[in-house]
Structure formats: structure tokens, C-alpha cells
Design a protein around this ligand. Structure first.
Ligand code: 3EB
Length: 313
């Protein structure tokens, strides 16, 4: 996929990972091909509730919530999450694994409070009202800034609760101090879910250059990329302990968000050196232009992958 096409897709609100569920295999298959998502959502099985459209296959539920932010992004986030929790509450696949959040002006001022922080307030409130854990056990997620469009929240849920994984190098995001906003972000660093097989799927949340709760290497995109990859390595290691099987860097599928298009070559060089330039991880990674949720951050990397497990995750 070209970067220009990827940019158009994000601007259009299409998520950078396209899930295609195969009821026969019972496992989600992930690929970076936009056409697959379109084909998937074309099916007659699409259902609607409020601002959510979703499909189910007996195992997985995949949906999209869209909310305009005429009344501010806090209200939009609350509406999107309230509606998606309503859908999940009536579903046999109620357990969120992974969310992708996209909305414009993520670092812009929303009337005294940064819009990302307003988003966090609406999101956390909806989790609490739905009696979902807004802290330990939150789903994996990312939150990126688009150029235009409504808030779009894409979500994948399953029949069994995933195992939430944290990063020992980082303060859990749901425990960030309130210097980063009155309501903390609601996500875990990764979610690990068992599949038939026995197999497991690992979703690593958007991962940036944060150690503890502090932004590292301000202005230095090379070192920010290295720090993000060090954080992913730490999450992979915890996931490996929990699953009883390794998740090597080159076995994962990555989406790399770059704030400034001019940084692409540097980010790519660091990333490819880390995973191996000739690996499928390097060849299949997609790079997208997006604003990162803290103004100082220049790059964010997310990943997912599968492993054959010895013992159930
Ligand atoms: C961070 O670690 C960087 O608000 O859902 C990464 C992943 C980030 C998810 C979210 C935010 C989110 O805090 C930003």
C-alpha cells in the first residue's frame, strides 16, 4: 500500500488494520488490504444500533461507532462508547479485545482542555456507566488524530475475556497522573486472547516513546522510534510469559503512525533494522500519517500477531 493511499484511508476514517473473520477457521485473519474491509462490510449481516454498525459471526463481533463532535469530542466519545457497550451488552461476544479511536484535531484546544483529554473523559465515563473496568483489565487500544471527519471508533470483541498485559517500563495509562488530564486514558498495553488450535492472538496497543509516564527524546524521531520498539519488546516479553510461547518481533504485523511525513525515512530505517529488513514484518508493515495523542510524540507503533500456544493463554 502506498503512503498516499494510506493517508487517504485514514482521512476517510478507515482503520489501518482490516479484520476479516473466517467463521470456518474460528480465528480472525488480519491483513493490510483496504478492499477486504469494504467487502466484509458489504455483507447483508451488518446490523445497526444508535451510531454503531457491526457484524457478528458467532465468535467475534466487529463494529464501528461514528459520532460527530458538534457538541465537543467528550460528548462524542461518550455517545460512541455508550452505544457500543449497549451492543456488546446484548451480545454473546461482549468482551472487548481491541479498539481503534480516530478523530480530528487530537492535540487541538477544545475550549480550555486539549481534545484528547476531552476524549479521555467521555470514554472513561462511558466505561464506568457500563460497569466495564476503566482501569485494570481495559482493552488494548490506540487513539490517533485524523485531519477531518467525525470520531470513529472501531472495535473487536469476543466470547472470552482477554488477558490484559501491562508494560513494566511504563506506568499503566489508566494510572497516569492528572498532569495528563483529569480522566486517564482507558486502555491496557496489550490484550492476549485464546483461539482454537490451541492458538493465541496478541494485540499490542499503540506504543510510543514514553517511559514511566514521561515523554522521552522530545524532537528526536530516531530515538523516539527506538524507545517505542523497546516498549514493544517489553510487552512482547510479558506476553510470552503469560502465553507460554514467544512473540518474536519479526512474527508480528505492524502499523506505524508517523506525525510528520518527512520523518518517514528515519522511522522506517529504525523499524526495519529492528525487525529485519527482509522479514514479512518489514515488508507488510504499513505506515500512516496521523497525529499522536501527545503533542510531543512523533511516532507510535502498534502490532498484532498469532502464536501456537502450549498451554492456554
Ligand atoms: C500512551 O502510551 C501513548 O488513549 O487509547 C497509546 C495507545 C496512546 C492508546 C488511547 C493512547 C491510547 O499513552 C498514547
Amino acid at each position: 500500500m502506498t503512503i498516499a493511499l494510506a493517508n487517504q484511508l485514514v482521512a476517510a476514517g478507515v482503520p489501518p488494520i482490516f479484520l476479516r473473520l473466517r467463521p470456518d477457521a474460528g480465528v480472525p485473519v488480519l491483513a493490510p488490504e483496504a478492499a477486504r474491509l469494504d467487502a466484509w462490510f458489504d455483507g447483508a449481516t451488518t446490523r445497526y444500533h444508535g451510531c454503531v454498525r457491526f457484524i457478528v459471526d458467532g465468535e467475534w463481533l466487529y463494529g464501528t461507532a461514528e459520532a460527530g463532535d458538534e457538541d465537543g469530542v467528550q460528548v462524542a466519545a461518550h455517545r460512541a462508547y455508550a452505544d457500543l457497550f449497549h451492543v456488546l451488552g446484548k451480545s454473546a461476544s461482549p468482551h472487548l479485545l481491541r479498539l481503534w479511536n480516530y478523530f480530528p484535531g487530537i492535540n487541538a484546544d477544545g475550549g480550555g482542555v486539549e481534545r484528547y483529554r476531552q476524549f479521555n473523559a467521555g470514554r472513561q465515563q462511558a466505561f464506568i456507566e457500563a460497569r466495564r473496568s476503566a482501569f485494570e483489565g481495559s482493552p488494548a487500544a490506540c487513539a490517533l488524530g485524523t485531519q477531518t471527519g467525525p470520531l470513529r471508533v472501531y472495535f473487536l470483541a469476543g466470547r472470552t475475556p482477554p488477558l490484559a498485559i501491562e508494560n513494566p517500563r511504563q506506568v499503566s495509562a489508566y494510572r497516569y497522573p492528572d498532569a495528563y488530564g483529569p480522566r486517564s486514558p482507558t486502555f491496557s498495553r496489550a490484550a492476549l486472547a485464546p483461539l482454537n488450535g490451541p492458538r493465541a492472538v496478541l494485540f499490542i496497543s499503540g506504543t510510543a516513546s514514553i517511559v514511566g509516564h514521561t515523554n522521552m527524546h522530545i524532537g528526536d524521531v530516531r530515538r523516539q522510534t527506538e524507545e517505542s520498539l523497546a516498549n514493544i519488546a517489553a510487552v512482547r516479553e510479558v506476553a510470552a510469559e503469560r502465553a507460554g510461547v514467544a512473540f518474536p518481533a519479526e512474527s508480528l504485523t505492524y502499523t506505524v503512525y508517523v506525525r510528520r511525513p518527512a520523518d518517514l525515512a528515519t522511522v522506517r530505517e529504525v523499524f526495519e533494522q529492528a525487525v529485519g529488513a527482509h522479514t514479512s514484518a518489514a515488508l507488510e508493515a504499513i505506515y500512516l500519517q496521523a497525529d499522536i495523542c501527545r503533542a510531543e510524540l512523533l511516532v507510535e507503533i502498534e502490532a498484532h500477531g498469532f502464536a501456537r500456544t502450549v498451554s492456554p493463554a
